[in-house]
Write a protein that binds this ligand. Structure first.
Ligand SMILES: [Zn+2]
Length: 82
């Protein structure tokens, strides 16, 4: 199983573009579905969706009780929903 961002540097989503489906994109956010079963860099388990945000404030309203992981990069937040 391939893990997003195997090294410590920022994750380039476009390196994994063939296995991710873009669900929604705005100027400073993008939301992806994990088609290929990539593993989450935080916990090592496969995730279902990835949300990437360059915004300072983000509010999440979970539609169901699913665990998620957060990866913080200098200019971005990445949220992996399981
Ligand atoms: Zn995780």
């Amino acid at each position: 199983m391939e893990t997003l961002g195997d090294d410590d540097g920022p994750i380039d989503v476009h390196d994994y573009r063939h296995g991710l489906k873009l669900l929604k994109e705005t100027r400073d956010t993008s939301h992806w579905a994990n088609k290929k079963g990539y593993a989450c860099p935080a916990c090592g388990k496969p995730f279902e969706q990835l949300f990437v945000s360059e915004k300072t404030d983000n509010t999440f309203t979970p539609s169901s009780v699913t665990p998620f992981c957060i990866r913080h990069e200098p200019n971005r937040i990445l949220m992996f929903r399981h």
